[in-house]
Design a protein around this ligand. Structure first.
Ligand code: AMP
Length: 282
């Protein structure tokens, strides 16, 4: 595995692959890798010939009150995991390589970004779209892999690729969970014992919603109320948002119909966790 922070080197590798007709698969990450990330790596391995992973904690997607410095970093362990998976190239750039002094061009998606995490984390998706545009231009992959855990991000990545004419296929893969169904996240390391126990309330609320829909409930308000009650029964939990939206355009739905996304963001003490399920209702 080649490890580099050099943009020119990455471009040269990718170019060589494409000239040989090899498919380049790309997994953008912020590191502190876990089974969720590795599921993307494994799928990319099945579908592509040359695998590139990037690790870059993107300060531009953290809000002013969010702790960018506290985001977990573990490059040694990450390199070990990626080497074991047979990754060809790890792009691990320094901040000033990605954002040189006087950096002043940003990319903004203006539709899907207005709701959910975009609403409660102002500027977040501007940061995401800017870094993805840069990484797509540097790596020039055939396919880029995203997790459904960050469903809104994955949808915005699809829109970005479509609207800015990147000829990159965007693949969105299922959420990998712990044994108790907590969605695996790099932030979970910050959860202490009691908080870790409380954190299962996100999935409990989603499961309750699924059960109600299976039993025939079609009123979103009724479902959201019951979900709220589950979350609020845990004393370390504070709701950021819980919503039921159309899975294609993220618009709120009052009646449950078609392909819907039930999605929530909850603070467990001061750790912000997100989760979602998709349900197809005929
Ligand atoms: P991050 O390092 O948190 O920016 O995540 C990098 C990629 O891994 C994103 O596309 C995430 O959606 C994906 N990812 C993170 N956690 C999971 C998970 N538990 N299951 C599936 N994909 C995940």
């Amino acid at each position: 595995m080649v490890v580099t922070g050099d943009i020119k080197k990455v471009r040269a590798f990718s170019k060589k692959c494409r000239e040989k007709g090899r498919l380049v698969g790309f997994i953008p990450t912020m590191g502190s890798l876990h089974e969720g990330h590795l599921s993307l790596v494994k799928r990319a391995k099945e579908e592509c010939d040359f695998l590139v992973v990037s690790i870059f904690v993107n300060s531009f997607q953290f809000g002013s009150k969010e702790n960018y410095r506290r985001y977990p970093r573990n490059i040694k362990k990450d390199s070990r995991l990626l080497r074991a998976e047979g990754i060809n190239l790890l792009f691990f750039p320094q901040v000033n390589v990605i954002y040189p002094p006087e950096f002043s061009v940003y990319v903004e998606e203006t539709d899907l970004s207005r709701v959910l995490c975009g609403k409660s984390r102002s500027g977040h998706f501007r940061g995401v779209c800017t870094i993805l545009t840069k990484l797509f231009n540097i790596v020039e992959p055939d396919t880029a892999y995203f997790g459904r855990k960050d469903y809104q991000q994955a949808l915005i990545a699809e829109r970005l690729a479509r609207d800015l004419n990147f000829s990159i296929k965007i693949r969105i893969l299922p959420i990998v969970r712990e044994k108790d169904n907590l969605a695996i996240s790099s932030r979970n390391v910050h959860l202490k014992d009691k908080e870790r126990k409380d954190s299962v309330c996100l999935y409990e609320a989603l499961s309750m919603a699924r059960k109600l829909i299976r039993e025939g409930e079609r009123n979103s308000k009724v479902i959201l109320n019951k979900m709220q009650r589950i979350i609020m029964s845990r004393d370390s939990a504070k709701i950021d948002y819980i919503e039921i939206v159309n899975a294609g355009n993220l618009e709120k739905t009052e009646r449950i119909k078609g392909k819907i996304l039930i999605v929530l963001a909850v603070y467990i003490k001061n750790i912000r966790l997100i989760d979602n399920i998709i349900i197809n209702v005929k």
